[in-house]
Write a protein that binds this ligand. Sequence first.
Ligand code: 5GP
Ligand code: MG
Length: 184
Amino acid sequence: MAGTVCIHDLYFRRLMDGDAIATRVRTLGEEVSRDYAGKRLLCLAILNGSFIFAADLLRVISMEVDICFIRLSSYSGADSTGKVTTIFGLTENIAQRHVLLIEDIIDTGKTLHELLPVLHEKQPASLQVATFLSKPGARRYPIEASYTGFTIPDQFVVGYGLDYNGLGRNLPDLYIRTTEEPQE
Ligand code: 5GP
Ligand code: MG
């Protein structure tokens, strides 16, 4: 796979390859399997960005696991409480379940800051987060995941499920934005 890719109008350079990602995801899967041993886990994978991470993580989790793919939309509420997170596709009753939310990347933390209280209201037995990536330098809300694949600099990334305006999700490696054009 090329060291630099062009998507739409931007260049991205390879930050890590698919083998390094697979090694790290395997370790995360072992941690999850150890922590939830003997329990039945319900994974909630947030579409679209987490679909590849979720598929890989699920296959290295060894105990019983259900998966549900959810989609979020935020809109401004009619009253002064502001943003309300609507969850589409949550077909499972999460009350009394051990829930692991699977996210592609935590950036400002806003998404999870809004989503986690909505899920907590449904009274799961436990609620933790597994994220493929985290950008601590971009954080505006105090959100941390229990399981983090990699921490990365505060730059836009694509690949391994993450897109730039719809493209790049199918790249098996992870790419980070660069201003340098390829040398060829
Ligand atoms: P947050 O709410 O934490 O600011 O952002 C979370 C969402 O923003 C992620 O789930 C992802 O959809 C999007 N996002 C944040 N940073 C990046 C990035 O570097 N690349 C891509 N493709 N999406 C990002
Ligand atoms: Mg996302």
